[in-house]
Structure formats: structure tokens, C-alpha cells
Design a protein around this ligand. Structure first.
Ligand code: BDR
Ligand code: CA
Length: 302
């Protein structure tokens, strides 16, 4: 049976990998893509989602979401993803008529309330839209199966020593989501770092299919951490985890978000000793197995 999912995203080079698999893999029913401010501003993340929609000739609607975090000033990661947020490939021009007219939060609410079965939310950017959804329309929680998010770290961060980018960009939103009472799976930096893809593996994507070639070209422009060692396709781990949860090592924990610390803001404070876990933390996966699952999943793409 297909898993109904919604991807909330800030494309983003690794976001593009997650979206590619979600659009084509027969196990998923991708109901919509919602965009959020993150790697670059909302105009650009939305344009990038539309570029992907056009590249894939997809019917999946793209809804534009929050233009700024709940409280903090906007930060970006154009140093990692390039000025456009998805540098490196000559994507077709975007048509603004391709953008759905409803705001992301309203669109998610409607999709959830009218769905014949609960939907899994897959946020792979800052959690602003999801926090707005849960705090504006708490009744939609009944229609959410779970939230499998890319963000956080049980060890070191990638923006500051303790904070990961998606959480750091909107810690207040993250705190709302982690304490929502919904089943949360944190697919953070730990699991990707346990299974960094080699540059050779990324090169191999080139000959896979048209999607592999596109991803290869954009990943060549990706300046993520551990770049010397290889490439961490962070956002794609959420999708591969949903396909093969049994392959991943997980631990239950209580995760709280540091929202005020001068040096620690955005940290996901992870307590594995708690008796009251609010979250499943995905810790590691065998690197060879991950590589195989990633390539196999991309084989469904054009
Ligand atoms: C996360 O931050 C973004 O730059 C990536 O797209 C990913 O979602 C990794 O920390
Ligand atoms: Ca992202």
C-alpha cells in the first residue's frame, strides 16, 4: 500500500534528492509539496520546488509557505547550496501559474482533513509551516500519522557546535513540533554522518537516469559539511527511512530545543535516559546498505 505523505521543504540540493524519490517511488503517494524559508528565501525555495515540478512534469501541487521564522531573523545556507539554493543544473523556466494559490498551512489543513487515511508529514526544512499548522489548527493532529523530519543532532551540530541548520533557523517552531504529542522521528545529522556517500557514489548517479544526472550535477555544487570525506544527502534519509525503517538503528529519547542559550541556541537536547520519550532518534545505518537503498530508490525515477 502507498504511504500518503506531504513534503515540507526548502530546496535545497539534498531536498531535491528526497523529492525525486518521493515523486517516483511506487510506495509513496506524495499529496503535495509545501515550501518554507530556509536554505534560501521563500521566493527562491518556491521557485526551486516549481523547477523540480516542471523538470519531472509532475501534477503534485506546490504551495508556498512561511517567508520567515516565527521569532528570529532570517538566516540562509546559500554558502552550502549556492545563490539560487539549487545551483548547478539548467532547469527549465518556472511558470508562476504552476504555483497553487492556497497558502501551505491552509493547503496542509485541507489535505489532512479530507484524506481517507492519516498522512505522514515529512519536513525537510525549518519547522515554521508545521508549527503554524499545529498551533493554528490543533484538530488536524488526528489526521497526521506521524512526523518524520530532517533536523537536529544527538551529537555535534553543523551551524554551531550544537545546532543543526533546520532547527537553528527556527528553534521556537521546532519546540512546538517536538512537544506536539504526535509521533516524531528525528532523522538528524547523526545517521547521515554514519553513512556519508563517497564522491564516487555521487558520480555513479550520472549514468543512472535523467534524475540521477540532474542530482549528480547539483551535488557537485553542494558544499555541505564533511565535503572532504564525501556527501551527506541529509534530507533523503527521511524518505529512505520511511521505505526501510528496519535497516536503521534508532533510540527513543526526550528531545527539547534550546531556544535561548547564547552559545547553544537551536541545540536538540537529547535525553536517552528519560522515562518519557517524545521522539524516535535515528542514529545510524550501515553505509553500504544506505548506498544500495538510495541508488535502488532512485532507479524508479525517469
Ligand atoms: C539540513 O539543512 C539544509 O541545508 C539541508 O537542506 C538539510 O535540510 C541539513 O542540516
Ligand atoms: Ca532541506
Amino acid at each position: 500500500m502507498k504511504q500518503p505523505i506531504i513534503i515540507d521543504t526548502d530546496p535545497g540540493i539534498d531536498d531535491a534528492a528526497a523529492i525525486s524519490i518521493a515523486l517516483y517511488h511506487p510506495n509513496f503517494d506524495l499529496r503535495m509539496i509545501t515550501t518554507v524559508n530556509g536554505n534560501v528565501g521563500i521566493e527562491k525555495t518556491t521557485a526551486n520546488a516549481l523547477k523540480l515540478k516542471r523538470f519531472f512534469n509532475s501534477d503534485v501541487p506546490v504551495h508556498r509557505g512561511a517567508a520567515q521564522p516565527l521569532v528570529d531573523a532570517i538566516r540562509d545556507a546559500s554558502a552550502v547550496h549556492g545563490e539560487s539554493g539549487m545551483d548547478g543544473y539548467p532547469f527549465p523556466d518556472v511558470k508562476t501559474s504552476d504555483l497553487a494559490s492556497t497558502h501551505a498551512v491552509e493547503a496542509m489543513r485541507k489535505a489532512l482533513e479530507t484524506s481517507d487515511e492519516p498522512i505522514t508529514l515529512v519536513p525537510i526544512g525549518p519547522l515554521t509551516n508545521i508549527a503554524l499548522l499545529l498551533s493554528t489548527y490543533p484538530e488536524v493532529k488526528d489526521y497526521i500519522k506521524e512526523i518524520v523530519l530532517m533536523g537536529g543532532s544527538a551529537s555535534r551540530g553543523n551551524v554551531t557546535p550544537l545546532a543543526e541548520f533546520n532547527i537553528y533557523c527556527d528553534p521556537e517552531a521546532a519546540q512546538i513540533v517536538f512537544n506536539s504529542g504526535l509521533p516524531i522521528t528525528m532523522v538528524g545529522l547523526d545517521v547521515a554522518r554514519s553513512s556519508t556517500l563517497s564522491h564516487d557514489s555521487i558520480d555513479a548517479l550520472q549514468s543512472l537516469n535523467k534524475t540521477g544526472d540532474m542530482l549528480h550535477q547539483i551535488f557537485k555544487h553542494y558544499k555541505g559539511d564533511d565535503f572532504e570525506k564525501g556527501i551527506n544527502v541529509y534530507d533523503a534519509y527521511t524518505i529512505i527511512y520511511l521505505l526501510h525503517p528496519e535497516k536503521f538503528n534508532v533510540q527513543e529519547a526526550d528531545v527539547q530545543i534550546e531556544t535561548t542559550g547564547t552559545l547553544t541556541k537551536g541545540a536538540t537536547v537529547t535525553d536517552f535516559n528519560t522515562r518519557y520519550p517524545n521522539c524516535t532518534v535515528v542514529m545510524s545505518v550501515d553505509p553500504n546498505e544506505f548506498k544500495t537503498m538510495f541508488i535502488n530508490a532512485l532507479q524508479y525515477c525517469d
